[in-house]
Structures are given as structure tokens and as C-alpha cells.
Ligand binder design. Structure first.
Ligand SMILES: Cc1ncsc1CCOP(=O)(O)O
Ligand SMILES: C=C1C=NC(C)=NC1=N
Ligand SMILES: [Mg+2]
Length: 220
């Protein structure tokens, strides 16, 4: 488990912003600063897809974004790239089913935060056994931000997990906006993670504030 207890992880998942250089047509530094002002509670650097940065450029941007998060006391999570997370001493990693095996990742990262994407009950049980601090469930709604998504699942899977007494912190992801965010919380999610609803917003700070309002009003 991580240095954070599950109560704290639940709080951190409230409004979980995910971004890489390919997700915004503006300077990612500016977008992250505005998102933090708007009230995000957790950040994930996800450098993926066509045109994604690699090597030194990827490390440089990661360190820039990490510093902004550090100055704002927002934990900094790295997607997929465990080596990068360890190199820059990130606060945690998020891995999917096709990434490095979660049990091995937990070994490597010690008590950093470990998030795992899961799509079925058996994946969830394995993730929990492997030491996941939270589960990423999705895509909840249709999304353009990830090519190879699994089937769109709605909020049913979150509901099912809760009905089966899975108490691990859960964050929903995929096509989430301020108009559907509260359904994710009502279904039993501890928070929502978003890319385009924030990164592609006209007014990043305002969009973030609106999302936060939708999530906070339902936190039970
Ligand atoms: C990374 C990821 N995993 C499932 S959907 C998705 C993309 C979410 O992006 P958006 O919030 O723009 O739909
Ligand atoms: C695929 C993902 C699912 N969930 C989260 C929180 N992050 C991801 N990168
Ligand atoms: Mg992955």
C-alpha cells in the first residue's frame, strides 16, 4: 500500500486531471496552472499517442509539470512509464492491464501511489491483490482521447463493484464532463478523472471549477 491511507486516496481522486503534450493545443504548463487554480486534487502526466514526446523532452516536461504540482501540494502521478516515475521521484504511477505487471510495479515503487485500470471483476481482484491504491474504471462514456479503449461501460460497473463490496477507492474515466460527472459519484465512484473536459476547454480554470462543483455536490 502507499504512504497515503485509503481515506486520503479517496480525497485525492475527487477531481483527477490527466494530461500530456498531445492533449492540449496550448502550453501544458499554462493548462496545468489553470487547472490547479480551478481546484484539481490530483494530476497524472500521460505522454501517449501520436506525436507524444520521448526521451529527454518527455523527462523535461515531466519535471516542469512535477514542479508546478509540488509547489501546489498536488501529488504527481506518471502514466505507464515506471522508469520515468522512479527517475524523477514522482508520487505514484498508473498502469493498465497491458503495462508492466502490477505486482512487479508495486515491488519497484515501494510506498508510492499505485493506480490500476480495471474493466472486469477479476481484473479488480487481481489489482487489489497486487497492491492497487485505487482502480481506474472506464471508459464510462464515449471518448476521443484514447484510441484503443475497451467497450463503453456506463456507470454500471462502478455500481456492480460497490454491490460486491469492493471498497477500494475508484475513479471513473472516459468522456466525463460537468454534465455527467455527478452520475459517476452517485454510482459509487470516489471521483472523476478527465483529460479533454479540462485540457481542451476554452477557459480551463472555469471548466475545472464547474467540474469540481458537480463532484463536490455529490460527495456523500
Ligand atoms: C485514458 C483513458 N482511459 C479510458 S478513457 C481515457 C481517455 C479519457 O479522456 P477524456 O476525459 O478526454 O474522455
Ligand atoms: C487509463 C487510465 C484509467 N484511469 C486512470 C486514472 N488513468 C489512466 N491513465
Ligand atoms: Mg497504460
Amino acid at each position: 500500500m502507499s504512504e497515503f491511507d485509503s481515506k486520503r486516496i479517496e480525497e485525492l481522486l475527487t477531481l483527477y486531471f490527466i494530461m500530456g503534450s498531445t492533449n492540449c493545443d496550448r502550453d501544458p504548463v499554462y493548462v496545468l496552472e489553470q487547472a490547479i487554480e480551478g481546484g484539481i486534487t490530483l494530476f497524472q502526466y500521460r505522454e501517449k499517442g501520436r506525436g507524444a514526446l520521448e526521451g529527454k523532452q518527455k523527462v523535461k516536461l515531466a519535471e516542469k509539470l512535477q514542479k508546478i504540482c509540488k509547489d501546489a501540494s498536488i501529488p504527481f502521478i506518471v502514466n505507464d512509464d515506471v522508469d520515468l516515475a522512479l527517475t524523477i521521484d514522482a508520487d505514484g504511477v498508473h498502469v493498465g492491464q497491458e503495462d508492466e505487471c502490477a505486482r512487479a510495479v508495486r515491488e519497484r515503487i515501494g510506498n508510492k501511489i499505485l493506480g490500476i485500470s480495471t474493466h472486469t471483476l477479476s481484473e479488480a481482484h487481481h489489482a487489489i491483490a497486487d497492491g492497487a491504491d485505487y482502480l481506474g474504471l472506464g471508459p464510462i462514456y464515449p471518448t476521443q482521447s484514447k484510441e484503443d479503449t475497451e467497450k463503453v461501460q456506463g456507470t454500471e460497473l462502478i455500481q456492480n463493484f460497490r454491490e460486491l463490496n469492493i471498497t477500494t477507492p475508484i475513479v471513473g474515466i472516459g468522456g466525463i464532463t460537468s454534465s455527467n460527472a455527478n452520475k459517476v459519484i452517485q454510482a459509487g465512484g470516489n471521483g472523476v478523472s478527465v483529460i479533454s473536459a479540462i485540457a481542451a476547454a476554452e477557459n480551463v480554470k472555469q471548466a475545472t471549477e464547474q467540474l469540481k462543483k458537480q463532484v463536490d455536490k455529490n460527495v456523500v
